[in-house]
Design a protein around this ligand. Structure first.
Ligand code: FAQ
Length: 314
């Protein structure tokens, strides 16, 4: 079969709702788009451990500390599934990690904001994991088999994270005046950057048309953002917290919440590397990589030794 015929078969397969698997033929642009998106996603999970990791030693109770440790560990696991899934596309993990450490790779805008108080642990779980679930439930139906399967497992874990976050936020919101002010302040700081997590508006999103054509993405950035807003506002109302948007209005005809203008200049500044914490995050990642060198060497030596023992025994 020539490439044109292969492309027709590839697109027919996607149309029939079948998954594309690593050994199947795929157009180079499909492979490249997946590597771009999945590696960014893997990096986001790993960098995303930093704002919350920062609070493990200061969690207010043992129960909260255990929950937070488990959450941060889950995010590391998500990074590992995603790096492994991306490796099925023919790129090495070392190469992806180098791209991140050299500042050539993107990761989610949201992790370049500081986590200033314990309330941020609640609001990050509620908003950031909440946004991730909305996005990733859609990606669990992605046309690429390894990505969609990784998403199923990740979404199950993110659901716990979101519940844990909302429970922290609700506890503070129903607590003392100082606790209520602390959680409202976290909501004020995290609301708009959380909306930006879904990416630019559809009209300014260069990757969406191709991603949707090949069913890597099943819904557009704006549609997912709207779904997140519609789900989250009643949750905020239930615990008497105010969303910092004076233009929010329920459109009774459509059933959707209309919202104010997103500051896209801020978004582009953050993803260009000029957000409040970009430099701090990359310095922390580089240090962790450098400090972990001996572990990588030991693991490689151990793997080599096991291989030699195995071949000697056979
Ligand atoms: N941040 O054409 P589009 C999590 C870039 S996981 C940074 O619309 P696309 C779990 C985009 O890369 C969060 N950059 O792009 C957790 C592109 O640049 P490029 C991560 C962004 O791919 C919780 C350019 O803008 N989730 O939080 C962002 O169609 C708590 C134009 O954009 C995923 O990665 C952004 N927010 O749509 C972990 C999900 N948005 O590459 C720890 C998978 C856009 O051409 C703690 N990814 N850009 O140079 C996706 O669903 C999509 O890639 C989007 C962007 C929706 C993020």
């Amino acid at each position: 079969m020539d490439d044109d015929a292969k492309l027709i078969e590839f697109e027919a397969k996607i149309k029939r709702g079948e998954k594309i698997e690593p050994k199947d033929w795929m157009p180079e642009r499909y492979r490249k788009q997946l590597i771009r998106m999945m590696s960014q996603h893997a990096h986001s999970e790993i960098v995303g451990m930093l704002p919350e990791g920062n609070w493990i030693t200061r969690a207010p109770t043992l129960r909260r500390k255990m929950g937070l440790i488990a959450k941060v560990q889950d995010e590391a696991g998500h990074g590992l599934y995603l790096y492994s899934a991306t490796e099925t596309l023919g790129i090495g993990r070392d190469e992806m990690v180098d791209q991140l450490l050299e500042g050539k790779a993107k990761y989610s805008n949201i992790f370049n904001y500081p986590s200033l108080t314990w309330a941020d642990m609640g609001v990050i779980g509620w908003f950031v994991d909440g946004a991730a679930i909305v996005n990733q439930t859609m990606l669990a139906r992605s046309s690429y088999g390894p990505y969609s399967r990784a998403m199923l497992r990740i979404c199950a874990e993110e659901n716990f994270h979101k519940k844990q976050g909302y429970e922290i936020a609700a506890t503070l919101a129903l607590g003392t005046q100082a606790q209520k002010e602390m959680v409202q302040n976290a909501v004020d700081r995290y609301w708009w950057p959380s909306l930006m997590m879904f990416g630019p508006s559809d009209k300014d999103s260069p990757n969406t048309p191709l991603l949707m054509k090949w069913k890597i993405k099943r819904k557009s950035n704006d549609d997912l953002r709207q779904r997140f807003i519609d789900l989250t506002i009643p949750q905020a109302q239930r615990i008497d917290l105010t969303i910092p948007d004076p233009d929010l209005k329920l459109n009774k005809k459509t059933g959707h919440w209309e919202f104010g203008k997103i500051n896209w200049d801020e978004f582009y500044e953050v993803i260009r590397g000029n957000g409040p914490c970009n430099k701090e995050r990359m310095t922390a990642r580089r240090k962790a990589h450098f400090d972990g060198e001996w572990v990588r060497i030991a693991a490689e030596e151990y793997a080599k030794k096991r291989k030699t023992n195995h071949s000697n025994n056979n």
